[in-house]
Design a protein around this ligand. Sequence first.
Ligand code: 0A1
Ligand code: ZN
Length: 877
Amino acid sequence: MRDESGAVIRLEDYRPTDYLIDRTELDIRLDRHATRVRATLHLRANAAGRPSAPLVLDGDELRLISLAIDGRPAAPDAYEASPERLVIHAPPASPFTLTIETEIDPTANTKLMGLYRSGSAYCTQCEAEGFRRITYFLDRPDVLSVFTTRIEADRDEAPVLLGNGNPVKAGDAGGGRHYAVWHDPFPKPCYLFAIVGGRLDKVADTFTTMSGRRVDIAVYVEPGKAGDAAYALDALKRSMAWDERVFGREYDLDVFNVVAVSDFNMGAMENKGLNIFNDKYVLASPETATDTDYANIEAIIAHEYFHNWTGNRITCRDWFQLCLKEGLTVFRDQEFSADQRSRAVKRIADVRVLRSQQFAEDSGPLAHPVRPRQYREINNFYTATVYEKGAEVIRMLRTLIGEEAFRRGMDLYFDRYDGTAATIEQFLSCFAEASGRDLGHFALWYEQAGTPTVTARGHYDPAAKVYRLTLTQATPPTPGQLEKSPQVIPISLGLVGASGADIPLSPPATEGHAPGVFVLDGPSATLTFTDVPEKPVPSLLRGFSAPVRLEIDLEEEDLLVLFRHDSDPFNQWQSAQTVATRAILRAVAGDKRAADHRMADALRHFLAMRAASDPAFAAQVLALPTEADIAREIGHDVDPDAVHHARRLVKAEIGAALGDELAELYGRLTTREPYTPDAAGAGRRALRNACLDLLAAGRPAEGEAFALHQFRDADNMTDRFAALSVLSHLPGTARETALAEFAERFRDNALVLDKWFSLQAMIPETGTLERVRGLMSHPAFSMGNPNRVRSLIGSFAMGNLTQFNRPDGAGYEFLADIVIALDARNPQVAARLLTAFRTWKMLEPGRRALAEKALRRVAETPGLSPDVADISGRSLS
Ligand code: 0A1
Ligand code: ZN
C-alpha cells in the first residue's frame, strides 16, 4: 500500500487481493550486514480477485538474490524486481509456489522497521508495513498465512532464537552456527510476524489456562537485567487470568514470550506469541521506576496480551479498520487496570490523557475520524483518536446497550469472526444482534471527527416541582468535514439535592437504558424530571460517559456542592478541576487574586475528610489542570506565557492558603515502610508528593527544604524523582546540585537518564532551549535511540508550553531542524515529533506566524519521507 509518490489511499477503493498466500516458509540466516532470507510462498488465486492477474508483491529497500517459480529458477522476462516491488507477469496455474531469496542489512536499518539490531540483538518490527523490508510479500492485513520460520545464527552471538508460535526443532548448523524452527498454526497477516535472536537473559514461569493447558511464559531482557523483569512477568500472568475471567478468552499456544529491546519506535508490539517491547515498558525496580512506570508496564503488558484475541485471532481487513483492534484493546486494558487498582482514579487518569492528547488532536489540523477514510502514510494514524477515542466509543457502546448485551456481543464477535480480517461494520453488527438495537446512528462516531460540545441549561419550577434540562450538541468543523451531524451521546446524570444526596429520577432513564443514562441523539432535547422536591444541582456526564466537552452554567457554589457530595467520584474530581480552571482563566484575564477562599476552604475540608481514606483520589484532586488544558479552554489567540503565569499564581495562592494543612499531611504520610508498587502504597506516595508540589508553590523556601531532604533520603524512584521534579521548578543551586547528583547516581541506566533529560527539557525558563541543546552532547544522548529523542526533544516540544512556544520562534526553529535531520534516519520518530505543532493554529498571531514559518521550512525540504511530508502537509492545510 506504500506509494513513494505520496498518493492517497482510500477506504472506498478497497478490493480483495488477486492471490492468497496459504503458507509461508521462511529460512532466515542472521548476519549483521548480510542476512539472507529465503521465503517460500504457497500461493493460490483468490476467488474474490481478478483471474490471471499479474502478481504484485510489496517490497521496501529489498535486494533480490534469486527467484524460483514452482521450484524452477524464474526466466528473466517472467518477472520484474525493484527494491519496492516484485511483479510476476503471468503466474502459473493455481496453486503455485514462489521461492524468493533476498539479502538485507539489519545494521544499516535505522528506521527500526523490518529486521534491525537493538544493542547486540536482532529483532523485528513489522506493523504496519515492515514485513516488506524482510521479503517480498502481499503486505496487507487481509492476507492470512500460516508461517513456519527457521532462524539460523552464530551460536555465540545469538544463543537465543525466538519466533512466532511454538518451537518445533532446534540444533546445530555447523561452523559455529545453530538454528531453531518455529511454527505458528494460526493464520496471521505478516504484520504480526516476528523473530528475535541474541544473547538475552530471561525470567520464566508457567500459566495454566482455564481448560488446564500449561503455557510456558517468559520475559527476555538484555544480559544483566533479568532482576528488573519480575513485575512484567507477574502482570502478564494477571492479564492472562483476567481475560479468561472477564471475557472468557483463553490463550492458544504452548508458549508466550515477551522480549524487551532498548531501540523501539513505539511502546510495544503484539506479534503472535512473541510480543516485543520497548524496554521502558518492561524493566522496573523500586530504585529506578516510578509508580507511574509500574502502572504503565502493567497496562501495556496487558494491552499487548489482549491483542491475542482482539487483533490477532480477529485482525483488521485493511488499515482503515485499525481502531477495530486498537480502540477495543485499549478499552480492554483500561478495564483491566481499573480492576487491578482504583476504578475512579484510573478513569480520571484516562480522561486526562484523552483530553490532553485526543482533544488537542481533534481541535487542530490533524483531526481525523476514529476510522479515517483516507491516508497517505499509515504510520501516522497510530493516534490518540484511533486509540483513545476508539476506546471511548466502545465504552459508550457498553453504556448504551448495557453490560450484559455488551458481553453477548463480544462473544458473538469472537465466535463469528475468529480467524478472519474484519471490519467495524461486522463488529457493530454483533452488538446490534445481541442487543436488538439499531446501531446505524451510533456508527457515526467512527466517521465524524471533532469533539462535540454539549451545552446544558437547567430550569427548576418550584410550584410544579419540575426540573427541565435542555441539552444541545454541536461539533466544530474539521479538515475535510465542514458539516457535522448530531451524534448519539449517552449522558449519565444525577440530580443532587442540598443535602448532597441524589434525588430519585423520574423518569429514571431514557427508555430502554440503565438507570441514570439519558441519550441525546438530536441537535437538542429537553429532559423533564417530575417530583423534584427542591432545586437540584445537575451532575452531568458522570464517569465521563461520552468524549465531549460539557458547557454548563453552574455557579461556583453549585460546583462546590458537587465537589463535596457527588456520589460519582469522577464528577467530584471534575467539579474541583472546573473551579480551578475558572480561577486560572480569571488570572489570565488579569485578576490578581484569582483563587477565592471558597476553593481553599473546600479543599481543606476535602483533605480532612478524604486524604486518609482515599489518598490516590485526593492526589488527583490536588493536581491543577495543566497549562495545555487551560490553553485548550481558551481555544484561540493563546499566549502561553500568560497561561503559565496565571496557573502559577493560582497554584501559589492555593499552596499558601493550605500551607499548614499540606505540611502537616506531608509529614503524616511520611512512612518508613519498604517500597512496594501496589496501588495503596502508590496512592499514599502520590498524595504526599502532590502536597509537596503545592507547598513548594505556596511556600518555596519550605518546599525546597522538604524536597531536597526527600530527594536525598528517598529509597525509591517515585519519591526521589517527585522531589527532583519539584526542585526543577525552583531556580538556584539546590536544583543544579540535585540534578548533578541524580545524573551521577544513575549514569549507567539509560531509562533513568531519560527521566533526567525529560525533566530538564520541561523547565519553564528562558535558558531551557540552551540547556536542551547542551544535553544533546551528553554522552548518554543519542539521536539513534527513540527513547532518548522523545525524552529530551519530545518533552521540550510537547511538555514545555512556554519554551517551545518562545515568542522569538527559536523553539519552533529548533524542532524543525531536528525533524529535518532525524527524518533521514528514522522517519516515524521524526513525524511523531513534528505533531508538536498540532495546536499551532490556536496561538496568538505572532507565534502563529513563526510556527507556520518553521512548519513551511520543513514541508519545503527536498527528499522528505512520506511520514514527515504527510504531517507537515496536513498541519499546514
Ligand atoms: N500495535 C501496537 C502499536 C505499534 C504500532 C506500530 C509500531 O511500529 C511502527 C509498533 C507498535 C500496539 O498497539 O501496541
Ligand atoms: Zn494496540
